[in-house]
Design a protein around this ligand. Sequence first.
Ligand SMILES: [Zn+2]
Length: 113
Amino acid sequence: MARSRKSKSSGSDLYAEFSGAADEVSEDADLPKDEAGRRKIKRQYQGLLGIRLEKLRGRILNRERINKTVEGIYFICAKCLKVCHSLDEGIIEDPANQANLCLRCGKSRTAAA
Ligand SMILES: [Zn+2]
């Protein structure tokens, strides 16, 4: 079945919501539980913060409960300056919340010391 009639929505597009709900992620109301979801959030953080990433390096951006025992943490690695998630990149938490590191940076640091 050809679905080539892609009209620019110029009004109420009731039927489009039924047919194309899956491939268009326009709202992120639900909690991202998978890696793809987190990647998107990280990108959003990165875009949102822009150059402020530098100022906030090493800080935790957000904590979320993934389930009863697991906590997810979005943070900016103090070394590589990337927005990381504790479940993806890992986290070496700084008790003072000044210089949190992703696992890779943390490892290379302790290896050098
Ligand atoms: Zn890092």
